[in-house]
Ligand binder design. Structure first.
Ligand code: ADP
Length: 242
């Protein structure tokens, strides 16, 4: 029987990003073709300067390519206006960063609820949904703490709760465990795995092979191109991919 694959949630064709530096043109991305299906968990690896951040910024609708096509859930987004791009981003994508990017003067609960303020949700529902998300990452008892009163691993769990509170179906994480110890790293990766099991599409940048191998697909970026695309159950050695 033919198996029906999930449709591409992300479809890039011929994506280029050019920068003009001192009269020279630098191709930070030099022709990227990529399909990521709904529910995939993909790790992006590659040496510093290879184009990972540039690619994540385009995938995350934070920036536009110089040329090429980016279809997100079937809609061409490469040429959208800033406002339309922001609206798409807020609806579909949650972000997790290496440095957590929490606001320091508001509580964990308020940090998680922040995207709902921007989405125009009223307060009572904001608090309820933020509390549910904190519970989902095991931090029910830390809602009133400031970020400075939490450990690194707890801060990243708050950041994940914030990324999920709008119920986006795609999560983009840039070195999410880069500042964490081994135990917290495992906790955070367990949460990503649970999100993957629940059907979220996850794209994660990492330098660490053991993190990349917890994803179901591994992509290698070099010189603005995707030069390796592995995974789906294949055991392999990605230790040289950094
Ligand atoms: P990575 O995330 O893999 O370290 P980046 O995507 O940050 O790589 O950078 C890819 C290339 O594009 C690098 O050569 C970098 O210097 C260049 N680059 C990135 N952003 C800019 C920019 N705003 N202006 C000029 N060059 C840039």
């Amino acid at each position: 029987m033919e198996t029906k694959e999930a449709p591409s949630t992300i479809r890039l064709r011929g994506i280029r990003k050019l920068y003009q530096i001192g009269g020279e043109t630098l191709a930070a991305l030099d022709g990227i073709d990529l399909d990521i299906r709904r529910g995939e968990f993909a790790a992006l690896m590659g040496p510093s300067g290879s184009g990972k951040s540039t690619l994540m910024n385009i995938l995350g609708c934070l920036d536009r390519p110089s040329s090429g096509s980016y279809r997100l859930d079937g809609v061409e987004v490469a040429g959208l206006s800033d406002d339309a791009l922001a609206a798409t981003r807020n609806k579909k994508i949650g972000f997790v960063f290496q440095n957590f990017n929490l606001l320091p003067r508001i509580s964990a609960l308020e940090n998680v609820a922040l995207p709902l303020v921007y989405a125009g949700i009223r307060k009572r529902e904001r608090v309820q949904r933020a509390a549910e998300m904190l519970a989902a990452v095991g931090l029910s008892d830390r809602g009133q703490h400031l970020p400075s009163e939490l450990s690194g691993g707890q801060r990243q769990r708050v950041a994940i709760a914030r990324a999920l509170v709008n119920d986006p179906h795609i999560i983009m994480a840039d070195e999410p465990t880069g500042n964490l110890d081994t135990k917290s790293t495992k906790e955070i990766m367990d949460i990503f795995e649970t999100m993957h099991e629940k059907g979220h599409t996850i794209i994660l940048v990492t330098h660490e092979p053991e993190i990349a191998l917890r994803a179901s697909r591994q992509l290698l970026v070099r010189d603005g191109k995707i030069t390796r695309d592995e995974g789906k159950g294949v055991v392999m050695d990605v230790s040289s991919w950094r």
